[in-house]
Design a protein around this ligand. Sequence first.
Ligand SMILES: Cc1cc2nc3c(=O)[nH]c(=O)nc-3n(C[C@H](O)[C@H](O)[C@H](O)COP(=O)(O)O)c2cc1C
Ligand SMILES: C=C(O[C@@H]1CC(C(=O)O)=C[C@@H](OP(=O)(O)O)[C@H]1O)C(=O)O
Length: 389
Amino acid sequence: MANRMIRYLSAGESHGPQLTVIVEGFPSHLPVSKEKIDEQLRRRQLGYGRGRRMQIEADAVEITSGVRFGRTLGSPITMHIVNRDFKNWTEKMRVFGEPPENLKEVTRPRPGHADLAGAIKYDHEDIRNVLERASARNTATMVAAGALARQLLEHFGIQVTAHVVEIGGERVQQVPEDWDALVAAADASDVRAADPEAAERMRRKIDEAKEKGDTVGGVFEVIVRGCPIGLGSYVHPDRKLDGRLAGALMSVQAIKGVEIGLGFEAARRFGSQVHDAILHDGSRYLRPTNGAGGLEGGVTNGEPIVIRAAMKPISTLYNPLPSVDMRTKQPEPAAVERSDYCAVPAASVVGENVVAWVIAEAFLEKFSGDSLAQIEDQVRAYLARVRQR
Ligand SMILES: Cc1cc2nc3c(=O)[nH]c(=O)nc-3n(C[C@H](O)[C@H](O)[C@H](O)COP(=O)(O)O)c2cc1C
Ligand SMILES: C=C(O[C@@H]1CC(C(=O)O)=C[C@@H](OP(=O)(O)O)[C@H]1O)C(=O)O
């Protein structure tokens, strides 16, 4: 295991009273904005193709430890996110007491969800005991932790953004090259695609899925700029930042593929068409291209990190696939839960914040310190040294 300076633990069921995340290892004196965390949570709730649950929730954190007068103390930071929907589930989600008489157990596992494997693994008769925690509701905690990490990164000039590049096979053709224009265009679009024509085709694809009781997936791209050269390491597999980023993104519900830089396309080209030449302008190294996506040997090379993640279509189908009733073992259509039709735009916001977390982890491994000032000293000294190389 790499020596991680920061870590977090999350808890909470999708229809329980709240989600909780405890973040540990942040330096003291970092200014914290609750508004910035809430803004990321708000963005995660948006997107064309989301189901009715998002109209019930209004995600925001309550911070109950680790911050005083707007700055971190160096102690664990606890954040709570209330599940507004809990008020509709108080009986069905009781912590103690007997199940209500009218409780309808979920017994027909949905192909693609954690239902079947989870019910067998944890010996549950009622699949609700699985889906409550498997649910992507928990991505709100990933975003809260990432949004905190992001504030550390921003302090050191590192920025993260994401945009959707594909939904249901409809692809973006034109992406603004300018960073601010890309961020603005992605944020202004309800599918988070920066290309308005592609966005329209994506919306139609989501409508088509909805009409058919079906779902669609897609691909989003996360970009990090401002990372110093030298985060992560080649010296041991579990310290390689490419592997850690891919692992973190693959741990987000429904993410089934990750590629960095040219990714799978690199496998189809000659090396001369893949690798980025090394130039020097007299004061610093330059890379005319960025096929590596900002990572060589599992180490940041100073270029923007470019990483894409593929999300499978949502598993709950209103027109359900064949399944089996786990009580009777008889064929039955899979259970239907209230659901999203497409959550790629939301997943892109999750991806953005998950990536921010991993970069902050790597940043604090390289520039460790108990207070922000100690870290600033280290960063300054390192960057001065880099300029001499
Ligand atoms: C933002 C987001 C929203 C999701 N919404 C739903 C949903 O409404 N219904 C559903 O069946 N799956 C949804 N999923 C996907 C499931 O949570 C996921 O497929 C399931 O937990 C099984 O895990 P796996 O796909 O990683 O194998 C969503 C995923 C994300 C990232
Ligand atoms: C609650 C969220 O997403 C949920 C993820 C999800 C799933 O199965 O993963 C199923 C749905 O839950 P519900 O049945 O309560 O509508 C989504 O709404 C969220 O993103 O905050």
